[in-house]
Design a protein around this ligand. Structure first.
Ligand code: SF4
Length: 111
């Protein structure tokens, strides 16, 4: 075994440790940023235009014919986090939407 081989192994080992640590830090930073964001106000003009609600279960299907039963922010392709009662959404930058919420921009996550 040469010094060059040991050095290469050391580099690979350090990299293998550094990548998960960096990923954990980035994930925590994103989570901290998300917690600092305000909740989307349903009376926000864009939220109103998209018929956003914090609770999809209260949608009157007669008034919102494009609402599909079972659809909500948690299963929408536009939500930006895998879990949490309040999550970022690409349709409402800088705001958090309720996981049980819904708006007319809803589209299913790919299977
Ligand atoms: S785009 Fe999707 S995640 Fe965002 S508010 Fe509408 S239904 Fe919820």
């Amino acid at each position: 075994m040469t010094d060059k081989m040991i050095s290469r192994r050391g580099f690979i080992g350090a990299t293998a440790v550094a990548i998960p640590v960096t990923a954990i830090f980035a994930s925590r930073t994103a989570a901290a940023q998300a917690k600092a964001m305000p909740h989307l106000d349903p009376n926000d003009p864009v939220a109103k235009a998209l018929m956003y609600t914090h609770d999809a279960s209260k949608i009157d299907k007669a008034k919102v014919p494009n609402f599909k039963a079972g659809s909500d922010c948690a299963n929408c392709v536009q939500v930006q986090a895998a879990s949490g009662a309040w999550r970022p959404c690409t349709a409402f930058p800088g705001k958090l939407v309720a996981e049980k919420g819904w708006c007319s921009a809803w589209a299913p996550k790919p299977a």
